[in-house]
Design a protein around this ligand. Sequence first.
Ligand code: COI
Length: 334
Amino acid sequence: MKIIAYGIRDDEMPYVDEWKQAHSDVEVKVVQELLTMDTVDQCKGFDGLVSYQQKPYTAELIDAMGANGIKFWSLRNVGIDNIDFDAVKRNNIVLTNVPGYSPEAIAEFSVTQTLRLLRNTKQYEAKMRNGNFMWAPEIAGELNEKTVGVVATGRIGRFAIQYFQGFGCKVIAYDLFHNPDIEKQGLYVDTLDELFAQADVIDLHAPATKDNYHMINADSIAKMKDGAIIINTARGELVDTEALLKAVHDGKLSGAALDTYEDEVGKFNNDFGSFDAIPDDVLKGMVEDGRILVSPHIAFYTTTAVRNMVQIALNNNKQLIESNGAKADFIVKY
Ligand code: COI
């Protein structure tokens, strides 16, 4: 059995090697480059393909995978919003993803950023770099006194709820699909508007779909409490960045933590060499703003998550190949 794995980073390599040692019957070819029209022909002759990238998997690219004989494709991540599913379908490709590589990692980061915003750590760090160790004016709010609204109660959202409850917060939640445990606790509100009206902290954990594009926009922000904060470790497309920045600058929102950003592709996980070289003035403005925490999509980035992403994807791909596409732990339905 032969699997080709694209876009493997140095930090993933030890986990690929570990998996190879445990599966000596499988040949895994590692390609550092991403899966693009320039590299796709390398998959010819392989039984399965593993990949992770944020760049779009276009129809042209997926047709080229199909033309090279790929039927079994395993993502190392959870998000499927960059995939042309019409092309997946017409090429009869069976796709898997890794939905739960470490929901804890992402939920922990949401809580981290919430605390950092409430305790004004970015402002203090900037002040101290200028020799200013004064307390005022950045007096903090306390997390235990806050109402946290968790948007989407999938794996990650449920851990976020548990962690915020651990701090003593009142938690409310919204999801189109109700989870029985969260339902039992009586946390669901009926509409997003209710959540926006009640929450001091709005914590997003929804996947990006065509229906929730810019769910956080000027209209929804107007419905929020004055001084609310927004935490987005989910998908950049959920937030209209321009509207959010305006609301922070006008003082309607007291801050935001963005681990994802609608224009992040090609920027996050890239080194531009200097601040001036960042090719995005909006992003530069956010990096400099004391009330905005920007991070380059790192909520997932822990050793546990990376090991799981690599090894669960390889397991999925092996299972697909062995069962001729009938069976794997996480087949994506489309
Ligand atoms: C995903 O798994 O879809 C993520 O958003 C994390 C990614 C940056 C690896």
